[in-house]
Write a protein that binds this ligand. Structure first.
Ligand code: NAD
Ligand code: ZN
Length: 320
């Protein structure tokens, strides 16, 4: 089978011919149909985090299973040990010994992929593989982050801010407008992303925050020092700032330093139950995500274009 492999950090991906994996007890092998390209793949390719190399990237996978048919893969696999508090609570994405597909274990930039349990395979029925694949991370991460802001938006004239309207941010715009009665501002530095945010329902799309406006909920999908500082300065008292982006920024924290009783939190991917809930949400409410497809062989080109900001929504690798 053909696999696109990260052999060395910061070096181009290599197309390799490999043996099709065989399943050990409990495991499943799927034939990959589509695999989304997430900005986290760039962080892994740059060596910022992830498991030992060589590694097959890709954690937004739709594949074909011989009995289940077309499936979406839940990728943040936990240790599932009996004494793991997070796994027992169904929060495998926060497990200290997680082994996520495409980050620690081999993922979906490949013709076939090994999945450690059938539990992680969710049948998608007649949903389109290419538009469904990005739900596994981009959609799920945005869904969880937005849901965590909702208790703070149950106030008169609620205002929310989304920073970064790329793959994840564009999902979040839609979820926020569908799940809350809120005036939504989106901040990005790219015109095409701001246009997309407006098309998807944002009330305001800006390159700079208006002076003096406070937001009851902010989600930062960039996470760089300047965006974190802008967010911490704009969050309302008792509001919430959720950081999702992995750009590595830091914030000062303390009483009198951040607005009184504002909640500052990170948000990590999502649970298996949340992914099932999201699929149901997509089936009933519809999600208008912009997806561009490109063949698996051109995975490096897809990463390069995402890095240069040339992908308007999500780019998805398709496997013939
Ligand atoms: P993307 O490349 O599709 O989008 C990033 C967006 O941020 C772009 O629209 C870009 O123009 C904008 N941007 C970049 N710098 C900016 C700045 N200084 N000010 C305003 N806008 C800026 O990326 P994505 O796939 O949506 O991922 C977003 C981030 O979320 C990445 O860091 C990714 O690794 C991270 N991520 C985190 C989790 C998690 O579980 N916490 C899960 C998935 C992805
Ligand atoms: Zn991702």
């Amino acid at each position: 089978m053909k696999s696109v492999v990260l052999v060395e950090a910061k070096k181009p991906l290599v197309i390799e011919e490999r043996e099709i994996p065989t399943a050990e007890a409990g495991e499943e092998i799927i034939k990959v149909i589509a695999c989304g390209v997430c900005h986290s793949d760039i962080h892994v390719a740059d060596g910022h985090f992830g498991g030992p190399l060589p590694l097959v990237l890709g954690h937004e996978v739709v594949g074909e299973h011989p009995e289940l048919g077309r499936v979406l893969v839940y990728a943040p696999w936990g240790c599932r040990k009996p004494d793991c508090r997070q796994c027992n609570a169904g929060l495998e994405m926060i497990c200290a010994n997680s082994h996520e597909a495409g980050v620690v274990d081999d993922g979906g930039y490949s013709e076939y992929m090994r999945v450690p349990s059938r539990d992680y395979l969710i049948p998608i029925g007649d949903l389109d593989p290419a538009t469904t694949a990005p739900l596994a991370c981009g959609g799920l991460t945005a869904f969880r982050a937005v849901k965590r802001t909702l208790p703070h938006l149950n106030v008169p004239n609620a205002k929310a801010l989304i920073i970064g309207a790329g793959g994840l941010g564009q999902f979040a715009v839609q979820f926020m407008k569908k799940l809350a009665n809120v005036e939504l501002t989106v901040l990005d530095m790219a015109d095409d992303k701001l246009d997309a945010a407006t098309e998807l329902g944002a009330d305001h799309a800006v390159k700079e925050l208006p002076a003096g406006v406070k937001y009851d909920a902010i989600i930062d999908f960039v996470g760089a020092k300047p965006t974190l500082e802008a967010a911490a300065g704009a969050v309302n008292r008792q509001g919430i700032l959720v950081v999702v982006g992995l750009a590595g920024g830091r914030l000062e924290f303390g009483v009198g330093v951040i607005p009184s009783e504002a909640v500052l939190t990170t948000s990590i991917w999502g649970s298996l139950d949340e992914l099932k809930e999201l699929l149901e949400f997509v089936r009933t409410q519809g999600v208008n995500h912009l997806v561009e497809t490109i063949p698996l062989d051109e995975a490096q080109e897809a990463l390069d274009r995402l890095r240069r900001g040339e992908i308007r929504g999500r780019v998805v690798l398709t496997v013939a």
